[in-house]
Design a protein around this ligand. Structure first.
Ligand code: CTP
Ligand code: CA
Length: 222
């Protein structure tokens, strides 16, 4: 219903979105993860679908329903998320990386549950860095228009622009975390090669429509 009233600015476009956290197993019942409710990524998937796009949402574990008209693939680990994305990259017009990807995974997760023994007998885990999904997608031949998200706890503008350049992407949407984690609203700044474009604090659903408009505009002039 909503789509009847939304300008079809992404009609005929294919949009790939990652959302939610990733989960990296320690053993079959434990793991490490990142803080992300998935709300922002799901709101963007919904807004993109309303704007007429064909949307594929690759999601880590969340408690959210799939937005109407969105195709969803569920994954757990960062490696799974990358593998789920890659086959779709060549046909994608825009890739929006909203997932809070765990930066490290546990080396050789235990195949059976690790049992607690003495109080001083704690597991000593070692870690390997996960692949950077956004950077990997941005480096593909014929890469889609790539958009990143970053929550920084300090120096948002400076760290954000440095991150955008390091990832080799045209647009990064930055905010000041962790205040927005799980919240229904968000305040972001768009960082591109023209500089900083702050947006007012607003509801994530409303913000998603605005961000989709910003992305659509850049997509057609890229
Ligand atoms: N990202 C990704 N794959 C990763 C890490 C991050 O695709 N392994 C994406 C996120 O989805 C987000 C953007 O990169 O769109 C920025 O994530 P962030 O965690 O802020 O960047 P990092 O490069 O991991 O830097 P940091 O050390 O600040 O965590
Ligand atoms: Ca990170």
């Amino acid at each position: 219903i909503e789509s009847l009233f939304v300008p079809q600015i992404l009609k005929g476009k294919k949009i790939l979105i990652t959302a939610g956290p990733t989960f990296e197993a320690i053993d079959p019942v434990r793991g490490i993860t990142n803080r992300s409710s998935g709300k922002m990524g799901y709101a963007l998937a919904h807004a993109a679908a309303c704007a007429g796009a064909e949307v594929l949402l690759i999601s880590g574990p969340t408690a959210l329903d799939t937005p109407l008209g969105v195709h969803r693939i569920n994954v757990e680990s960062a490696a799974d998320m990358l593998n789920a994305c890659l086959p779709h990259v060549a046909e994608t017009d825009a890739f929006i990386a909203v997932a809070a990807v765990a930066d490290w995974r546990v080396d050789s997760p235990a195949t059976q549950k690790i049992k607690k023994q003495h109080a001083d007998d704690v597991p000593h885990l070692s870690f390997t860095q996960n692949p950077d999904i956004l950077h990997t997608v941005a480096q593909q031949p014929n890469a889609p228009y790539c958009v990143g998200f970053a929550a920084e706890t300090e120096n948002v503008l400076e760290y954000g622009q440095a991150k955008r350049l390091k990832k080799g992407i045209p647009l990064l949407i930055a905010n000041n975390g962790p205040a927005t984690f799980g919240a229904d609203d968000n305040e972001v700044v768009l960082l591109d090669n023209a500089g900083e474009h702050p947006l007012p604090r607003q509801d994530k659903a409303q913000l998603a429509h605005r961000l989709i408009a910003e992305i659509a505009k850049r997509l057609t002039t890229k």
